[in-house]
Design a protein around this ligand. Structure first.
Ligand code: 5GP
Ligand code: MN
Length: 337
């Protein structure tokens, strides 16, 4: 599985790493780990992302390896790149945002490493394992198969990625292999207590208060099998929290017994709504996310949809109701719930 990529790594010198918009810690941790490994081989590496690192995740990059793409500054880097690694971001160049447009025209070999079951026809080489709990598991395998050393920096970055993408080792894809890899990362220098604290116990007061607001605003539907919440811009502004800092909020409704699907709709600038769907695994919600123009995993998926917050929320809630009763993913007309 890995020999093509290992061959490319050995043969080529200039690499670009990139990931999806609104990057999470699986995306960023995987990029940092691969960057560290490639640099240890003496390669030239640039990590170019469309979005800057969300405030809550800045600690993951003390050496400031992650760069926000700028067309003027990075044109030459893209022109000279020999290999582009697209990490944690199947689905096409759109999923990667602004930098995707620039990379789509590059001459380099495109390698996609991911665990999303979305299309990969944009890549020359695709290493996709939808059973992996995090893309970081695949980066770990690549580095170890290639004979690389798991340095403390790699161990911390990959552990953070796995910790967060598995919801602290509880989501359905968490496997014995996930735990075996985590064990190796701990042996290589990742400190579970310290990393947990960095991710989950360093929030500003405003975000914790906003969590209270979301919990208070949850609405139940379909005999309590679904809960949803719609967050508008005014509320986000009043609490002083950015949409990029809502990681974990979509799953809050899953704490309730009997809930199979949890929906969070967040009003974004320019008349768009970010839809996040979570499922307990009894129903796959990525089909609905794909219908809405996004994608994702069976139990965690999402999309960004043009439209008004109330209308989009109504459409999604209706779609989830259909899903819960028929198991079919269908884009539904909006009826205000
Ligand atoms: P979240 O709801 O946390 O933003 O995203 C959960 C999962 O849904 C992500 O890991 C990703 O797989 C998927 N996802 C969210 N938004 C999009 C999107 O716009 N396009 C695609 N293809 N997947 C998305
Ligand atoms: Mn991931």
């Amino acid at each position: 599985m890995w020999s093509n990529v290992i061959h490319l790594i050995n043969e080529k010198r200039r690499f670009i790493l990139t990931t999806h918009t609104n990057p999470d810690l699986d995306a960023l941790g995987s990029e940092i780990a691969l960057d560290e490994y490639l640099r240890s081989l003496g390669k030239e590496v640039s990590i170019l992302n469309s979005d800057s690192v969300p405030g809550a995740f800045r600690f993951v990059d003390p050496e400031r390896r992650l760069r926000t793409f700028s067309p003027g500054r990075h044109r030459e880097t893209i022109r000279e790149a020999e290999v582009i690694f697209v990490i944690d971001a199947s689905g096409g160049w759109d999923r990667i945002g602004r930098v995707g447009n620039a990379l789509a025209d590059a001459q380099a070999t495109v390698v996609c490493i991911d665990h999303h079951p979305d299309p990969v026809d944009f890549a020359h080489v695709a290493l996709v394992d939808p059973d992996a709990a995090a893309t970081a598991e695949l980066i770990f395998k690549l580095i170890t198969q290639a004979g690389g050393v798991i340095t403390p920096t790699i161990a911390r970055a990959l552990y953070l990625a796995i910790l967060t993408d598995t919801g602290s080792f509880r989501f359905p894809k968490t496997s014995p292999e996930t735990h075996r890899i985590a064990a190796r990362l701990i042996e290589a220098g990742a400190d579970p207590a310290q990393l947990y604290k960095q991710v989950y116990e360093q929030y500003p007061l405003e975000r914790v208060r906003l969590k209270g607001y979301v919990l208070n605003s949850l609405r139940a539907e379909a005999d309590g099998q679904m809960v949803w919440c719609a967050l508008d811009q005014a509320t986000l502004k009043a609490y002083g929290v950015a949409p990029a800092d809502l990681d974990g909020f979509p799953g809050l409704g899953m704490e309730i017994g009997g809930v199979r699907v949890s929906v969070l709709c967040v009003e974004m600038p320019k008349g768009r709504v970010k839809v996040s769907l979570r499922s307990d695994g009894s129903v796959a919600i990525n089909g609905l996310a794909t219908e809405l123009g996004g994608g994702g995993h069976p139990s965690a998926a999402g999309a960004t949809v043009e439209g008004d917050l109330a209308q989009v929320t109504a459409q999604v809630v209706a779609g989830v109701k259909v899903l819960l009763t028929t198991g079919q993913s269908r884009r539904c007309p909006a009826t205000v719930p």
